[in-house]
Write a protein that binds this ligand. Structure first.
Ligand code: SF4
Length: 332
């Protein structure tokens, strides 16, 4: 991929929180490149560092207690890392936008939904407030809400409708990159499917690149082109959907797949990954997965480098070099 095709270039992101109870190492050397128009799923258990990574991309990590270090953070060729606050505010919402997990807290209860969409348009586009309000009505209709409801307040909408409003705000200025942080977790299953379909269609329509943060591999399979599996603040495996789903190489990714229910055998026992995510104030030496990994040996207690499997697929696991090593994926 040439530089002009890249919407996001993140290199060696580290985020720690210096708290009274110790230093929390949330993100520990994260690299991510995303091509224009592509969607990547950032998957992993709670506490893997997915949301902190997203906040760091928007430069929204609270400081203090957060400390962010990074070699490069470029959005569409713009150096976001060293940008002044004035330029940064122009970039947020216009070039990069985020949909948060809970629509109930993402909307301001004292403003109408129309005004909340219009405000984003008015701040970023060269238009009058009346034009922004008209565009807000069009955005509402685009996400399947009648335009006349623009004068209503968030409490007059259901959870699924509120998340549609949040999507309308996020897409109002046609951002280059949209980050969606578990956007359907707070919704009923049937509404989840509608919201995901809506996101899929709007993304195609606007050619928006997407980072989908989720622990749901079904959502990734449905909406993403690529997958990055995160564990303890680093990407342990990254590749296309085909690479990661059909040619799994990391033991943690294997554990995620093996812990899914087997739809062909409803009586089959679930196989969870044993143990818990490590304490981020006291990460294990070397590979952070080694206390839980069925393939661990003494070498795993040393730092692990990335092994490239193909142009599109890499893994951070020393076992990949062992003769005869292969991953055991169960039939699902
Ligand atoms: Fe398991 Fe070792 Fe690979 Fe880590 S480096 S995933 S502990 S085999």
């Amino acid at each position: 991929m040439s530089e002009k095709d890249i919407v996001l270039d993140l290199q060696n992101l580290k985020v720690r929180f210096e708290t009274e109870d110790g230093v929390v190492y949330a993100v520990n050397g994260m690299d991510l490149k995303l091509e224009k128009g592509k969607a990547i799923g950032l998957v992993g258990e709670t506490g893997a560092g997915k949301t902190t990574t997203a906040l760091a991309l928007l430069r929204l990590v609270p400081d203090p207690p957060g400390v962010v270090e990074c070699d490069k953070l470029e959005l569409n060729g713009q150096d976001v890392l060293n940008m002044g606050i004035h330029d940064l505010e122009k970039v947020r919402g216009k070039d990069i936008s985020m949909i948060f997990q809970d629509p109930m807290t993402a909307l301001n209860p004292v403003f109408t939904v129309g005004d909340q969409i219009a405000e984003s348009i008015f701040l970023h586009e060269n238009c009058t407030y009346a034009e922004a309000q008209q565009r807000a009505v069009e955005m509402l209709e685009l996400v399947g809400i009648p335009g006349e409801r623009a004068t209503e307040y968030p409490h007059q909408f259901s959870g699924g409708m509120k998340q549609r409003v949040v999507i309308a705000i996020a897409l109002a200025c046609h951002p280059q990159l949209l980050i969606a942080d578990e956007p359907t977790t707070a919704l009923d299953v049937t509404i989840q499917a509608q919201v995901l379909d809506l996101m899929k269609n709007l993304r195609k329509q606007y050619q928006t690149s997407l980072i989908m943060i989720t622990h749901d591999l079904g959502i990734v399979a449905d909406i993403c082109d690529e997958v990055a599996v995160m564990y303890a603040g680093t990407i342990v495996e990254k590749g296309t959907l085909e690479d990661v789903f059909n040619h799994t190489k990391h033991p943690y990714t294997e554990g995620l797949f093996n812990s899914l229910p087997n739809i062909n055998d409803r009586k089959a026992m679930l196989t969870p990954i044993k143990g818990l995510m490590p304490d981020p104030t006291n990460l294990p030496e070397g590979c952070p997965f080694h206390p839980r990994c069925p393939y661990a040996n003494e070498d795993c207690k040393k730092p692990q480098v990335v092994r490239n499997i193909s142009d599109t697929h890499y893994v951070r696991c020393g076992a990949y070099d062992r003769p005869g090593f292969h991953i055991e994926r169960k039939e699902r």
